[in-house]
Design a protein around this ligand. Structure first.
Ligand SMILES: Cc1cc2nc3c(=O)[nH]c(=O)nc-3n(C[C@H](O)[C@H](O)[C@H](O)COP(=O)(O)OP(=O)(O)OC[C@H]3O[C@@H](n4cnc5c(N)ncnc54)[C@H](O)[C@@H]3O)c2cc1C
Length: 396
């Protein structure tokens, strides 16, 4: 559970970024590089092994208390590490819900026993978490959820259905939001659990998505008995905890995004410019659009850095989490469309470098379709910004 590579650097030191960069340069395996042609996707055990190694090197859980396997470092250090992670073409975490959503919530509302039990297991990749919030009739309107939790002498008995639960079939724990009262109670009486996904009565069914992956799931709960020890916070704290999860998800989750986005743009430009058959695409035909994407990336970096500065000053994220979420998802989707247009013009016979960039950009395009939907749709972000930041009244 100890973190070694950064151990000799004190809290908040400029060396953190240099350590992270050197470690990543030396350790990122070629088989995990998204900028190389791969004949198969990495398996979940391979990704878990890599992420556990990242943790041992001190590059994951930097801000978590050392007692739970974290680095006990500042948010500024976390940003520095995130920049370096984003600069590499490594795959996204298979446990970002555990590390970036469940972990912070457990730290905020969990008991000491829950923190000891759940937190180190997340960083060490012994537990992968999924997020069971959305339901067939409760997505944007989360307060309309119907999954019921009833307290009995044996524990809480849960019945209902979740949908779009990313990674549920690979996860061992679910951050599950249920209600104790009736649907009319809306956000009152919502309750959050850490449910073991192998509990009898949990039925997980995979859904195939547009990119061919089976990452999404529907999860059914049929008389699932959850012990009192797996209730997170008090029964009335569910809505406050859920909105906190969502504001983290929109604002600071995957803080490396802007830098990963830049890595993708650079990969596209570098590969095209290096090949006489495609050079004109980036040097003349699409030059202006590429410059515009580059400006978007710099603006996005500014959003993230401003938000981190504000958090360091002790401010809550609140509705301002909607700004980077809206900006990133829209800008990245525009980039994905441009990248697809460019790689669609590659010659039929091409080098492995061009094949690699084509494969990556096509995958980015398909995944980007969902970016303006998950963690709250574009329309919902615009509504939050209008109402809660600009304080605009609804028109007559
Ligand atoms: C890739 C992906 C991963 C996901 N992962 C998870 C996960 O792990 N766990 C989880 O719980 N959920 C997950 N979701 C679900 C996601 O949170 C919901 O899809 C999202 O909140 C939208 O809800 P919905 O699909 O029910 O659409 P709806 O809420 O039905 O919205 C349909 C349309 O109506 C618009 N709309 C709705 N309400 C308003 C309003 N008030 N004002 C203006 N327009 C409105 C929306 O913008 C949208 O265009 C994921 C979704 C995707 C795409």
């Amino acid at each position: 559970m100890t973190q070694t590579a950064l151990a000799e650097t004190g809290p908040e030191t400029p060396n953190v970024a240099a350590h992270a960069r050197a470690w990543l340069d030396a350790n990122l395996p070629g088989t995990l590089r998204e900028d190389r042609l791969q004949d198969r996707a990495p398996t979940v055990p391979e990704l878990c092994e890599w992420e556990a190694k990242l943790h041992r090197a001190g590059l994951v859980g930097a801000t978590w208390p050392e007692r739970y396997g974290g680095g006990g470092r500042s948010l500024r250090d976390h940003l520095d590490i995130s920049r370096e992670i984003g600069r590499t073409p490594m795959p996204e975490s298979v446990n970002s819900i555990g590390k970036e959503l469940a972990g912070p919530i457990i730290m905020a509302v969990g008991t000491d026993a829950q923190k000891d039990a759940y937190l180190p297991a997340i960083l060490e990749m012994r537990d992968i978490w999924c997020q069971g919030f959305s339901e067939p009739n409760a997505g944007s309107d989360l307060a309309g959820l119907r999954t019921r939790a009833v307290q009995t002498s044996e524990g809480w008995v849960i019945n209902g259905q979740k949908i779009w639960t990313s990674g549920a079939s690979k996860s061992s724990r679910c951050l599950l939001l249920c209600r104790t009262g009736s649907v009319e109670d809306r956000h009152r009486g919502l309750v959050l659990f850490a449910v073991k996904t192998d509990t009898p009565g949990v039925d997980i069914r995979e859904i195939r998505s547009i990119d061919g992956a089976r990452h999404f799931c529907e999860v059914f709960f049929n008389n699932v008995v959850v012990p009192e020890a797996d209730l997170l916070g008090s029964p009335d704290e569910g809505w406050a905890a859920a909105t906190r999860v969502l504001s983290i998800e929109r604002a600071t989750n995957r803080m490396h995004r802007a830098w990963r986005f830049e890595n993708q743009l650079r990969h596209l430009v570098r590969a095209c410019a290096a090949d006489p058959a495609t050079r004109r695409l980036v040097e003349t035909d699409y030059r202006r659009q590429i410059a515009a994407v580059s400006v978007d990336i710099d603006l996005l970096k500014g959003h993230v850095e401003t938000l981190v500065g504000s958090l360091i000053d002790g401010n809550e994220i609140g509705p301002r989490g909607s700004l980077p979420k809206l900006f990133w998802s829209e800008a990245h989707q525009n980039f994905a469309a441009l990248a697809l247009e460019i790689v669609s013009q590659f010659p039929v016979t091409m080098s492995d470098d061009l094949k690699a960039v084509k494969q990556r950009m096509e995958d980015i395009y398909l995944k980007a379709r969902a970016e303006t939907i998950y963690a709250g749709t574009t329309e919902i972000q615009l509504g939050i910004i209008a109402k809660r930041i600009l304080r605009l009244n609804r028109g007559a």
